[in-house]
Design a protein around this ligand. Structure first.
Ligand SMILES: Cc1ncc(COP(=O)(O)O)c(C=O)c1O
Length: 400
């Protein structure tokens, strides 16, 4: 019996499991020392100044957008080729998603963004570019376009830890904050680093970091310097000269978006292998590129020696074909579970009903969707499994 091959999955080692068990035997299951350790280790990995761990990538988007700020009825730019959460966080904050077209790689189309900025001006508060599949968008160019309206950038880097943008005049790591005000990551099992559920916001701004820490825990602060209530109210009695040590204040409406310490321990352990696993993903991509190059499909790189592969985070290996549905079904029949990333968000019933979007509104995104197929890519994929995927795709185009 052939083993089913999913499009992505976690890669856990005995060390990972040991690190979780250690925390389960410790005094802190949550709100303990592993959170800060994970935040520091992750920030170091992506070259960021600050990191705030949360319980998933969606929560990261929610509070990051809240920290950067958008008023009701203001616009936030987002591409429709992404997971629903990238747009939903705008709805959570009562702002309005303004969808953009995408380029041939599925990334936010900057020419389209320029037109929107000309049209809507300062009604646009910021943008959520998505580093789709692990390829970095040129955030410096986006920054330049948005600087005319003072707009912020919230980078959705869920697909791109370890990825970078390298061109002669600009180099950045995804999440490093050189050209973004905050970046978010997910630690869902199909992602590069798995903690079950989990997420992180990185930011170059200390004010944003502080705000995120408060929003993550109900809007509560324990910092005496920031207290707003007078001393006698805090003490419940007069004639006290300092705040009691139990005292804390809820100063705004926040959430419980905390990560547990055993998840953080798993994240720390996973990070020790992140570079190695990213190289495995890149090797798989090179192998696919070499073996699939003569088929009538569009591949994500020019060739298997492409310099691009060295910087791409390779969360997904997305091929494009006019025969997408038939190929998907054929692979499925042979227990190869390719996946589609993504159905365009503007055509989801929620967004169609709320904003009246219809097919044809974002033709590049819809065209991208009609052809894209993510074939299996994860660090533990064996050469035999890769060959199975490749041979089935070849069979399909030869005889299918
Ligand atoms: C691009 C993108 N943004 C946001 C998310 C949300 O992350 P999570 O599933 O951890 O909430 C995901 C995860 O699937 C994603 O792929």
């Amino acid at each position: 019996m052939e083993r089913p091959i999913p499009y992505g999955k976690q890669f856990l080692t005995e060390e990972d499991i040991k690190s979780v068990v250690e925390v389960l035997n410790s005094d802190y299951l949550t709100q303990g020392p592993k959170i800060e350790e994970f935040e520091n280790a992750f920030s170091k990995y992506v070259n960021a100044e600050y990191g705030v761990a949360v319980n998933n990538g969606t929560a990261a988007l929610h509070i990051a957008l809240k920290a950067l700020g958008a008023e009701p009825n203001q616009y936030v730019l987002v591409p429709p080729i992404t997971f629903a959460a990238s747009a939903n966080c705008i709805e959570y904050n009562n702002a309005i998603p303004l969808f953009t077209e995408v380029d041939e790689h599925g990334l936010m189309d900057l020419n389209y963004v320029e037109d929107l900025v000309k049209r809507y001006g300062t009604k646009i508060r910021g943008a959520i570019p998505v580093q789709y599949a692990g390829k970095a968008l040129n955030l410096k160019n986006l920054r330049e376009i948005l600087s005319t309206i003072g707009g912020w950038i919230l980078e959705d880097a869920c697909h791109a830890p370890g990825g970078s943008f390298v061109k002669p005049n600009v180099t950045f790591h995804c999440g490093d904050g050189q050209f973004s005000d905050a970046s978010i990551f997910s630690f869902h099992p199909v992602k590069h680093i798995a903690t079950g559920e989990g997420g992180m916001v990185t930011t170059p701004h200390s004010k944003v970091e502080q705000k995120l820490r408060t929003l993550r825990t109900h809007g509560i602060t324990k910092d005496h310097e920031l207290f707003q209530n007078p001393l006698d109210l805090a003490n419940g009695e007069s004639q006290q000269s300092n705040y009691p040590s139990w005292y804390m204040e809820m100063q705004e409406l926040g959430y419980n978006y905390r990560l547990t310490d055993f998840q953080a321990a798993l994240g720390i352990s996973q990070l020790t292998k992140a570079k190695e696993n990213l190289e495995k993903r890149r090797d798989i991509a090179r192998y696919y590129m070499k073996e699939l190059q003569d088929l009538p499909i569009e591949l994500p790189f020019d060739n298997f020696k492409s310099h691009e592969i060295n910087h791409h985070a390779l969360h997904l290996f997305v091929i494009k074909t006019e025969k997408r549905r038939a190929l998907y079904d054929f692979l499925r029949e042979h227990k190869i579970f390719a996946q589609i990333h993504y159905f365009p968000i503007h055509l989801m019933p929620y967004y169609r009903k709320k904003y009246g979007y219809k097919p044809g509104d974002f033709s590049s995104a819809e065209n991208f969707y009609s052809k894209c197929l993510s074939i299996p890519l994860f660090p533990s994929l064996t050469i035999q499994e890769m060959d199975r995927v490749i041979n089935k795709i070849k069979d399909f185009f030869r005889h299918g």
